[in-house]
Ligand binder design. Structure first.
Ligand code: UDP
Length: 325
């Protein structure tokens, strides 16, 4: 059936997970997708459900996983990932980052599979260095509101690294920076879907703080390309080249105020911008240094923010229209 083997992915019905499932299917893999649908949706994978090389299992990666048959790749993408979602499910977020990483690493070890961990730019916390290279250790409040996600991802990286060193598992760690595009949930609380939804509904755009804090946004197709290259790149003899985390993101940085203004203009919305209190521990800046990804994977993101936003706005416009009917 498949010429490229079988991949297991946790969180495969989420935003990034479902786009990865699409790519893996398109690249001739068999895909076993596990998701508990806590923040992912069946809608994201509905078009794959009847595909002969796709299998969906509704289940929770925080409990041990028993999978029959061989696996070539194990990808751990399950986790609430927006601040609003992980604040709503703080303990589950810690469990999926700790127990979920342990279970998926154990699965990869049992199957002799290569392992890809979805880590996050949140490991850098509120960075005091910008842009952030992988060598920066971060600035994280271990008991702050974001710690349930930040520390879970940091623990996940430590555990995956220990499996690599102890069991010689082929481990790859992607530090994923802010990514946007179709299939984000309108209510996930993140800046881009929130601003687009507000603009399309003619509601005020809620910028937190004075809007001078920055992020750098990567369109989903660019992110999937980077992740796919990281997943499939053959390890060099000795295996040292991929032995450390790799930043993936778009280095084009902008303020949240400028983002809100851009979205108002692209949607041709008459919505005003209102300022609301800045949530605690909200990082002041975030921008990836992608030198390592470019050198190792030959990867740089290519989709301009205005183009990616236009595609995303169209997605939300259609969703809104379908919901209104
Ligand atoms: N933000 C905002 N208004 C919103 C939602 C988010 O100003 O309605 C800000 C938030 O305070 C942060 C930035 O946008 O500074 C990005 O937030 P997001 O939740 O998208 O992700 P983060 O990068 O903080 O994980």
């Amino acid at each position: 059936m498949s010429s490229r083997g079988r991949a297991f992915i946790s969180g495969g019905a989420g935003f990034l997970g479902s786009h990865l499932c699409d790519r893996l299917i398109a690249e001739d893999f068999e895909v076993l997708c596990l998701d508990n649908l806590l923040t992912g949706t069946r809608e994201n994978i509905r078009h794959l459900l009847d595909h002969p090389r796709f299998q969906f299992v509704e289940g929770d990666v925080t409990v041990p996983i028993d999978i029959a048959g061989p696996l070539r790749h194990v990808l751990h993408f399950g986790s609430p990932a927006s601040p609003k979602d992980y604040l709503r499910y703080p303990i589950h977020t810690l469990k999926v980052g700790a127990l979920g990483t342990h279970h998926t690493l154990g699965l990869a070890k049992a199957k002799g599979a290569a392992y890809l961990l979805a880590s996050s730019s949140e490991v850098y916390g509120d960075p005091q260095v910008s842009p952030q290279p992988e060598s920066y250790w971060g600035h994280v409040n271990p008991v702050g509101v974001r710690s349930v996600y930040d520390e879970a991802k940091r623990f996940g990286e430590a555990l995956a690294t220990a499996y690599r060193n102890t069991h010689r598992l082929d481990v790859r760690i992607a530090r994923i920076f802010n990514t946007y595009g179709p299939r984000m949930r309108a209510d996930d609380g993140r800046a881009i879907p929130t601003f687009i939804e507000q603009a399309l509904r003619g509601q005020p755009l809620t910028v937190y703080g004075d809007g001078s804090q920055t992020r750098s946004f990567c369109f989903v197709s660019d992110m999937i390309e980077g992740l796919f290259r990281l997943l499939t790149r053959p390890a060099a003899p000795g295996g040292t080249d991929l032995a450390a985390p790799v930043n993936l993101g778009n280095p084009e940085e902008m303020s949240m105020r400028a983002l809100a203004e851009l979205i108002t203009s692209l949607t041709r919305s008459g919505s005003p911008i209102v300022f609301e209190p800045l949530p605690p521990d909200d990082p002041r800046v975030r921008r990836p240094d992608i030198t390592r990804a470019t050198r190792l994977l030959g990867w740089t993101p290519g989709v301009a923010l205005t183009d990616g936003l236009a595609t995303t706005i169209e997605f939300f416009r259609q969703r809104l229209g379908a919901g209104a009917r």
